[in-house]
Design a protein around this ligand. Structure first.
Ligand SMILES: [Zn+2]
Length: 159
C-alpha cells in the first residue's frame, strides 16, 4: 500500500502483530492526512504496535507532531501502542520531552554517554553526563544521577 502526494509518502510493512509505517518526505499540515489515513487503515487490523518510522522525514512542523499525538490517542483507544522510531536529531529536538515520552522516542542518541535532559537549574533542556550514583546497602546502584554540563548544580535522574 502506498499513498503519494508530491511531498510525502507513507508505506506500510507488517510483522506478526505489528505494523511499521515508513514516512518519507515532509510531515506538515498538508501531509498529515496521509499519515492519519495510514494509521487508521492499520488499526483496522488490530495490531499490537504501530511503529511510525521517521528516518526518511526531513521536515516536520507542529501539525506533524499534533498528528502523531492524535494517531497515538486513536491507537490507545484500541489498546494498540503507537511509537515513533528513528527520528533524526532535528526532529527529536522539535519534540518536547513529554511528547517524546508519549511517543516512546528514546532520549537523543547517547552521544558519547551524553544525553539531552531537562535541567531545572537552567530551566532548559541541556546536555548531561553521568554523574554521582546513589547506592544501596549492598552496593547496588539505586540511582544514577546525570549532571548538567551547562551549569554546576543541575543533577537529574533518567526514568
Ligand atoms: Zn543546568
Amino acid at each position: 500500500m502506498a499513498d503519494r502526494v508530491s511531498e510525502c509518502c507513507v508505506t506500510s510493512a507488517w510483522g506478526p502483530d505489528s505494523a511499521t509505517l515508513v514516512v518519507e518526505g515532509e510531515l506538515t499540515a498538508t501531509t498529515t492526512d496521509l499519515l492519519e489515513g495510514a494509521v487508521l487503515a492499520c488499526l483496522r487490523v488490530n495490531p499490537h504496535t504501530v511503529a511510525v518510522d521517521l528516518a526518511r522525514v526531513d521536515f516536520m512542523d507542529a501539525a506533524g507532531i499534533a498528528a502523531l499525538l492524535d494517531c497515538r490517542s486513536r491507537a490507545a483507544m484500541q489498546q494498540a501502542r503507537l511509537v515513533v522510531i528513528h527520528p533524526n536529531r532535528t526532529l527529536t529536538h522539535l519534540m518536547r520531552p513529554e511528547v517524546r515520552a508519549l511517543l516512546a522516542v528514546p532520549p537523543t542518541a547517547d552521544r558519547a554517554g551524553r544525553r539531552e535532559l531537562p535541567c531545572i537549574a537552567c530551566g532548559a533542556t541541556t546536555e548531561h553526563v553521568p554523574g554521582p550514583t546513589t547506592r544501596g546497602a549492598d552496593g547496588e546502584v539505586l540511582v544514577q544521577w546525570w549532571s548538567c554540563t551547562a551549569c554546576d548544580e543541575g543533577n537529574t535522574v533518567v526514568d
